[in-house]
Each structure stands twice: as C-alpha cells, then as structure tokens.
Design a protein around this ligand. Structure first.
Ligand SMILES: [Zn+2]
Length: 1019
C-alpha cells in the first residue's frame, strides 16, 4: 500500500476525531436533562454572559460554567482533572497541532481535545484568540452537517418532554429507555472515569489509534443512554449516534485538509488565519461504497457450514476494512454495513468543476487505497469481484443510492477483483500440471478445482472436489467454529446442525428456508421515512403564535408576522413556492419574510448574509444554490406517483416537516433493525423449542431454516412481531418474508438461488391503494344503557395509557380485509404521538388530495379514505425438482407485482400480503373440505381453468374466464354450506380467482404436513 499519511498526520486526524466524539460531553451531565425537560430553565443565557458560549452544555470547561456545579467539582478531583485536561493539555495540543505550512499565518491552534466542545456553541463574545481553527472547522464543517438534519424540533410545539415521562425512543418511534437526570447521573460519572482512564493515561498519546479504539468501545454504551436532542420526536438519535456521525464528518474534513498537499486548509481561512464561514460550501463529503455481491458469492453454496463460514470471513473483512479506513489510513469512518459491503463517510474534495473534484478524490484517496482495499477483501476468496462506488461531493449526506451501487450505470464506480494476480497464477499452475483434470470449482465458479471422469450414470451434484478456498469453508475446523460464529450474529446457540435433523425434529421430511428483508434503498434514500413528521404544520403554527405573544409582551411595538395563511401543509408549500419564484426573478425576500422562512424551515442560515454554503455571486442565486444542494435534495428521491409535491415549494414544505434521514438517524435505524432481526430469530427459536438453524443476518434482514412443519407458525410469529414493532411507522416502512420449501437433502445452492429470486421483489413492490373500512379506538369508556359511565367493578383491568390509544384500522385491500393496530401513544399520557403514525392519503372524504397534505395522521382517517400503503408481502415456493425456479421473475402490473404461477400460468399471481397471512393460513380450514374433497375440487378447478382460460387463444379468454367463474360459483354453492356460507363462499371465490387458494392448499396440506398428521389421515 502506498503510504497515505505520515505518522504525525495520522495522529492529528485521530486526535481530532476524538475531540469530535467528546464535543457534546456536556449533554451527559444530569443538569442538561434538567434544563431540557419539563419546566426546566435553559441556562444558555447565563453562560452566554459568563463565558460567551450560547449553550450551557458547551461551557462545562469554562470557569464561568453553569454546570457541573462547584460542590460537585470540589468532591470529585477526577472530574476537575478531566475538564482541565480537555481545556488544555500539552501532549494532546502537540497531537492536534496542524503543521504551520498547512495554514495561513495567524491561525489559532487547539490547546486540547475540548476545542470542539467549547467552540460548537461559541457566540460573538467568545475570545477570538481562543477560537482555534480546528474547533471552528468542527463547528461549521461537521457539527451542523449532522444536527441540521436532526433538528426537529426548533419552532414546534409539543416536543418538550415531561420530566416524569421522558424517554429515549427507538427508530420506530417506540420507547426504548427512560431518560432522566437520575439516569444521567450514573452515566456521567462513568464517562468521566472512562475518559480519565483512556484519554489521560500517561501513554494515551503514544498510540492514538489504540486510545481511540478503547475509548470508543467504552463510551458507546454510555453515550447510548443519553440524548443529543431531547425533544420529541427526535429523541431517537442517541448521543452516541450524533457523536459518531459528527466526529466522522470532522475526521473526513481534517483528512481532506491533510491530503490536499498543495493548499491544505488555506482555502478555508480568512486573511487573518481564522476559519472563513464564507467558504463553508467547500467543506463537503462523499460516501464511498466498497461493495461485493453476496447473492452471487453464496449462490453456489453446497452446505450451510460453508455459508456460515463465508459469513464469518465477511465479518473479518469488514473489520479489516474498518481498520484500514478508520485507523491505518484514517480518511473517514464506516457508517453502514450489510451483506454486500460497507459505506465510508469520506472527504468530498469540492471544486467548482466536478471533473476536477473527482480527479482529486481519485488521486488522493482511491488510487492510493485501492490495492489495500483489495487485500482486505481477499479472505472472501481469491478472485472475488467487488466495486468501489462513490457519490458526488455534498453539503449534507442524504443520498446513499449511488454509494450502495444501486445505480448500475453510474460513472462513479470501479469494477475490481480481489487477488486478481493470484487467481491468474492459480489457473496457470493448474493448467500446467500434466495429467490432472481441472475444472472450474462448482461452488465458487471462480477458482480451479481438480476433477475426474464421471460415468454417464453418475450424479455430478454430490461430492465433487472443490477449490482450496471452498474446501476450507466446510472443513472440520469450519464445522466446529460454526455454532460460535452463529451465536455472535444471532445471540443464541443453535443446538441443531443439519437440515435432516431439523426436518426430523419437526416431524417432517422437508425444511423451509426463510428470509426477512427490508428495502435498503428506500431506507437509505429516506423515502421510507417520509411518513414520519418532526414538525407537523399545526405544531409550527402554534409555536410561532406563542412566540409572537411573548414578543408582544416584551415589546409593545412588536409587529406580528401574518401567518393566518398557514392553514395546512399545502398552504406552506404555496408560500415557499412564491419565495422561490421571487428568488428565480432575482428578488430577495423582505427581512420579515426571510425570518419567517427560516422559522418555518427550522433552519438557521438560509437567506442570511453569513450563509457560506454557496459561493455564488448574488444573494438570490446563493439562496437558490443552497436550496438546490441541500433543502430540496432529500425529496428528489420521492416517487412521482406518490404526488407529495406539486412544485419545489412543496419540497421545501416537506423539508420543514419531515424527520430527516440524517446519517445519525440512519445509523440508529440500521442498529435497531439488526436488533429486531435478532429478537425475531430468538422469538422463533423460543416458540419452536430451538428447532431453528440460523444462516445469516445483516442490517437489511436475516435468513434461517426451520422444519417445513413449523413454517406456518414461523411466518405467523414474524408477521405478529413486525406488525407490533413497525406499528407507528407502517405508513412508510415494510418488511417482506420469502420462503423456499424443500426436502432436507435437496441441494442447498438451488434453494438459495430461489430465495434470492424471491427476495429480488423487495425493492420492486409498489405501494398499493388501500381503503379504510373502519377505524376505531380502544379507549371508549364502558357505557351503560343510559350512556353514563359505569361505576361498578371494571370488567377488564384498566388499560394503561399506551393501550388506550391503540387505533384499530381495517383496510380493504386487493386481497381482502387487513387489520392494523396503530400505537398513537407516547410514554407520556398527556402527549399523543402526533409525529410518527402518518400515511400517504390519496383521497379524503371522497376528494382527491395532492401535495404534502397527502401526509395524513391515522387519527384523521375516515372510513372510505384511500391511502397509498407499502405492502408487506409473503411469497413462497416449493422445490420439488429444479425446473420451476427459472420462471421465477416478477413483473410490475400497475400497483401489483406478479410472477408466473403453476396454475395461473403466465398471468401469474401477486405475492401474498403478510398482513393477510392469518386468513391465507385459514383458507383451507375455512372451506371445511376434507383432504379427498380438496383434491377432487382443486383438480376440477385447475383443469377447467387450463381448458377454458389458460390454454385457449387470447380472443376466447374473456368468455372462458366468465364461464370458469360461473362454474366456481356453482361449486361453492354446492360444497360450502352452513349459516355463514355466503361470507365464506365470497372469501374462497376471491382466493380461487387470484390463485391464492391453490397456494393455500399447497401450504396447508403439503408444506405444513407432519408425518403424524399424514398417518392420521391415512388411518
Ligand atoms: Zn471454489
């Protein structure tokens, strides 16, 4: 590897990164929660006067601090030592010193790791001689790049948490942990001890990479118990996620200055050497993806052991890449990982010309690192193909698609191969050996493997020799290590090791390979988060009105801003559209309008003179450039069909309202998804008495195997858990379940291939229009006959507040009625969740809706309203013979995704709705037909369908279909009887004509069948 940095530069970057992690240490102090919760008093005014710092949590190092209080300092010498050390420390100052030749003269060097902490809220009165260049680079280049997107909550009412009910929410808007001064007290003391032990040990600055690693390992659990932003609904991003994200931005910004050897940091400075806020727009970032194709790498896997071994190697590869990017050549941090690789937050190398910028990125970063990256990947196998994909330099990172490699045609990628040279040598020597028969290894399809002559009658599928790498994946060591590797991923030890054993324990001869997946692209682009609002218009309006009243009280001459027009989100969009029209005409808004625009957006800099994010000459042009490069950017990924925007004004309105897919929030979401998959696997294992064989787990989902007889119960558990966890965010987020059923001895690689084909639908499933059938709450008081609440003993235990605000919604969908229970509560009985449970409404009260107003809270839905819902789907395939899988490809038809079907033919059928699984699973029982009747009737239905519909010329199909349906009606009339027959007939009829019934028969009478049920049947 070419050396990217010398030792001093590495030290500088890593020390700066540590400073970034510690910038919000003050938010760990219990008094921060005291300030921010309930009726707490904000102490920022006091510290502004005493030490020129506008927020008390940024003043903890100063003599004029608001907290920690003097008595705490007096009894805790460690605390005093840590705070003094952060303010100034010769060893750390030396590590943080930027070489003089990299800076214009006059620049102030950092005196300690507290530079970012002190300066990120430094006001006008902060002493200029203490404004270090690094501290300012952190404040303007890194901190606001993350928090600008996590902000929520500025100028909006209802977000402040009550002291008694404050909580840390998870990424799904549900309570994760309580949040209080008491809980912070213990965390604070622990954090001080950790910092003292790692940062101020005598050897701390000798190997800063080691110090960093130890510090982060110990700080992560502590920071995860604190919040960056305490107001709802942005109380999901923990202090850890915010610190990690902004420290990563900072690291990349410092690395870029070090790498740009011609100019270093000089372009970011004023003539006096200070940080030049007018050049803010030069500090930009890219996402660099190191991506391989996991599906392709595992397509040929012959054993579960080989698959698990390769997963383990992949984890080691990710660790190696982490070490490379974060420590050895520290250019940024890994901020995302999944089965297919990682994303690195990297420097942007912004230049006015894109080509020049790309050339710098290639010369300073890609070229020197490429070989080392390939070396990291080699353990996945000699010759493993991979890609480097990167995004354009951006002010704020919201566009992940490019770096994830989802744009196959992007020019910003390189196709490479790990160990290319070694692979060539392998083949050369294989071919050179006389008398040996060589073939391409049947498992990896890449490397040479020895082979022999096969008799024509001999099966080639078993016991074929593999290449060396593949042989090692399933050797004795690999078999021994398997349980340990799986335990690390899944948090439990599986006692079952073969598929035969698994099938057998479930009293079946078959197994079911299951996969649960979310659409990573929809999450990364933020489209899956669009139904979560941080600032609903009503809350912004009431906050503005309240602020106005306050101003009037303070100043009789105060002129109120007219916000009478702000009746809904479309009005907000229209108002912004007028401002944009003016800007396009070169006209700047009045001072009042500019102020109002910032309040409405929840954004501090736009339309101010000091907005240095654009260097365009005119102020109007500058404002448009920032809008283009930032404010409008995130909604560019929203599908046109959702009709959430009528114009750019609506896009600004969405920016103002939405919870953003900031890097920190996405990290939180991926972490929570990973935890959800583990929970799911454990739940299934628990229910099935450990009859579960785990395979792989990443941020996007998990795969495991159960006995086929357990498949029905497993899918039901998955459906239940997902419905509960995603309840608040279901309007935007969906997960999908795929299942391949096979005999225990069936070739695994074919099943994996099928599972991959089933999973391929996940990013393609379109939103469906569902209609509200009914909507009710659980909190209706029990009323007696004259309408008075009963005073007698309650029949049921009193529901707690959260149960009370569970909304039941029944939807009419293409596959029948589906029920949701939406949690609209928070942990605070006095505060309902007005932020998360939104849906995209298409019609309301019979009228079509368009624009941001489509985002509708579930409590506002009425029967008859139509809504665009991301369906959760379930699809399965039974593999008896390998022919059918080749037809398994989905195609889009309006709001449906269809695939060929064994009965329906090319017309196919849609994936099943996961939320309709209970009905699907009951269909056969619902018919009340015994097995011989089912066999007979199904034969009749299939045969007539083939004869009358499927296999006739297209022109005859409509009449054939009518005849078939009439025939079905007759069958049902005759064979479905009883009091509830009409409703059951209707359900069965619908299920037969869309093909579901035939799958239900296969699922219920074949897949789920146990040996015992079979013998009972035959008895
Ligand atoms: Zn191989």
């Amino acid at each position: 590897m070419m050396s990217v940095f010398n030792e001093n530069t590495r030290r500088l970057i890593l020390a700066a990164e540590i400073a970034g992690y510690l910038h919000d240490l003050g938010k760990l102090h219990p008094e921060f929660a005291g300030e921010m919760l309930g009726g707490g008093r904000n102490l920022g005014g006091a510290t502004k006067d005493s030490c020129g710092i506008n927020a008390a949590h940024g003043a903890i190092l100063e003599a004029g601090r608001a907290y920690p209080p003097p008595d705490e300092m007096a009894v805790n010498p460690d605390l005093a030592g840590v705070l003094t050390g952060l303010l100034a420390d010769p060893a750390w100052a030396e590590a943080l010193a930027i070489p003089a030749s990299w800076l214009r003269s006059g620049a102030v060097q950092a005196s300690g790791l507290g530079a970012a902490l002190r300066q990120h809220h430094a006001g006008d009165k902060f002493p200029a001689e203490q404004l270090s260049f690094l501290g300012d680079l952190y404040s303007f280049g890194a901190d606001i790049r993350d928090s600008a997107l996590d902000k929520a909550s500025g100028v909006a009412e209802g977000g402040r948490q009550a002291t008694a009910h404050a909580e840390i929410a998870d990424a799904f808007g549900q309570k994760r942990a309580p949040y209080s001064t008491e809980r912070l007290a213990a965390v604070w003391d622990d954090a001080i001890a950790v910092i003292k032990a790692h940062v101020f040990s005598p050897a701390a600055t000798q190997d800063i990479a080691v110090t960093r690693r130890r510090l982060l390992a110990d700080l992560q659990p502590l920071f995860s118990m604190a919040l960056g932003e305490t107001r709802r609904p942005t109380n999901d991003v923990t202090l850890w996620h915010h610190a990690h994200s902004s420290a990563s931005f900072f690291k990349a910004a410092v690395a870029e200055g070090a790498l740009r050897a011609e100019v270093n940091f000089k372009p970011l400075q004023t003539d006096e050497g200070a940080f030049d806020r007018g050049q803010l727009g030069r500090v930009r970032f890219r996402l660099l993806g190191v991506r391989w194709d996991w599906q392709a790498l595992t397509r040929g896997m012959l054993t579960t052991t080989a698959l698990v071994s390769l997963s383990h190697l992949r984890r080691e590869v990710v660790d190696d890449l982490r070490e490379l990017f974060e420590e050895r050549a520290p250019v940024g941090n890994l901020i995302y990982k999944d089965d297919d690789g990682v994303l690195v937050l990297a420097p942007g190398f912004q230049e006015d010309e894109a080509a020049k910028s790309d050339a710098l990125f290639a010369r300073h970063l890609l070229d020197p690192l490429q070989e080392a990256i390939a070396e990291c990947i080699e353990p996945l196998g000699v010759g493993t193909p991979f890609r480097l994909c990167w995004s354009a330099p951006a002010l704020y990172l919201t566009d992940y698609a490019e770096a994830l490699g989802l744009h196959a045609d992007s020019c910003r990628q390189r196709h490479l191969q790990a160990g290319e040279e070694k692979l060539r040598v392998l083949w050369e020597s294989a071919n050179a050996e006389q008398g040996k028969l060589m073939q391409i290894c049947p498992q990896c399809g890449l490397r040479p493997a020895e082979t022999r002559e096969y008799a024509l009658t001999e099966s080639r599928s078993r016991a074929q020799p593999l290449c060396d790498d593949c042989t090692a994946l399933a050797d004795r060591d690999a078999k021994r290590a398997r349980v340990r590797h799986l335990a690390a991923d899944f948090d439990f030890r599986s006692r079952i090791s073969t598929m035969e054993e698994l099938a057998d324990e479930g009293d079946s001869s078959r197994v079911a390979l299951l996969s649960v997946q979310v659409d990573a692209g929809a999450i990364a682009s933020g489209t899956a988060l669009i139904t979560q609002l941080a600032r609903p218009v009503a809350s912004v309006r009431s906050a503005l009105t309240a602020e106005d009243e306050k101003q009037k009280g303070n100043n009789k001459k105060h002129k109120s801003a007219d916000i009478s027009w702000l009746i809904d989100s479309n009005a907000l969009g229209d108002w912004f559209e007028k401002r944009l029209d003016d800007l396009h005409a070169g006209k700047l808004p009045s001072k009042d309008d500019a102020n109002l625009a910032r309040s409405l957006l929840g954004e501090t800099f736009w339309l101010t003179k000091k907005d240095g994010r654009s260097a365009a000459p005119g102020a109007a042009q500058r404002a448009l450039e920032v809008a283009q490069g930032f404010l409008l950017r995130e909604s560019a990924a929203l599908p046109e069909a959702w009709q959430l925007t009528r114009h750019d004004g609506d896009r600004l309105a969405l920016f103002a309202m939405r919870k953003h897919a900031s890097p920190a929030r996405l990290q939180r979401l991926w972490d929570d998804l990973r935890a959800l998959w583990k929970e799911l696997a454990n739940e299934v294992a628990g229910t099935l008495d450990d009859r579960l064989l785990p395979l792989t787990l990443d941020a996007r989902g998990l795969r495991f195997i159960v006995s086929a007889a357990d498949a029905d119960a497993t899918v039901a558990i998955i459906g239940r858990l997902l419905a509960q966890r995603l309840s608040k965010v279901r309007g935007g987020l969906a997960a999908h379940v795929s299942c391949a059923v096979m005999r225990a001895k069936f070739p695994l690689y074919i099943a994996l291939d099928v599972l991959g084909r089933l999973d391929a639908r996940v990013p393609q499933v379109p939103h469906q229009t569902w209609r509200v059938e009914s909507r009710g709450t659980n909190d209706k008081p029990v009323l007696d006959i004259i309408g008075q609440p009963k005073v007698c003993e309650p029949q049921v235990p009193p529901a707690d507040a959260s149960e009370k605000r569970v909304i039941n919604i029944s939807w009419s969908t293409p596959q029948g009625v589906v029920h949701w229970q939406v949690d609209t509560a928070t942990d605070d009985p006095g505060q309902s969740d007005m932020w998360h449970p939104h849906v995209i409404a298409v019609t309301r009260a019979g009228k079509p809706v368009s624009g941001p107003q489509r985002l509708t809270h579930v409590l506002d839905l009425l029967p008859g309203d139509e809504v665009l819902v991301p369906p959760m789907t379930f699809d399965f395939m039974v593999l008896e013979g390998s022919a059918r899988r080749h037809q398994l490809a989905y195609r889009r038809e309006g709001e449906e995704l269809r695939r060929p079907h064994w009965v329906m033919g090319e017309a196919g059928r849609s994936p099943l709705l996961l939320e309709g699984f209970a009905e699907f699973s009951r269909l056969v029982a619902d018919s009340r037909w015994d097995s011989s009747k089912i066999k007979g009737l199904q034969g009749e239905m299939v045969e007539t369908y083939e004869k009358w519909v499927r296999d006739v010329p297209a022109a005859l199909r409509p009449t054939g279909r009518d005849a078939w349906r009439a025939h079905l009606r007759n069958i049902l009339l005759r064979y479905v009887t009883g009091d509830d027959a009409p409703a059951r007939r209707e359900r069965l009829f619908k299920a037969i004509i869309d093909g579901r019934f035939f799958d239900a028969v296969e699922w219920t009478t074949f897949v789920s069948r146990t040996h015992r049920s079979l013998s009972e049947e035959n008895a």
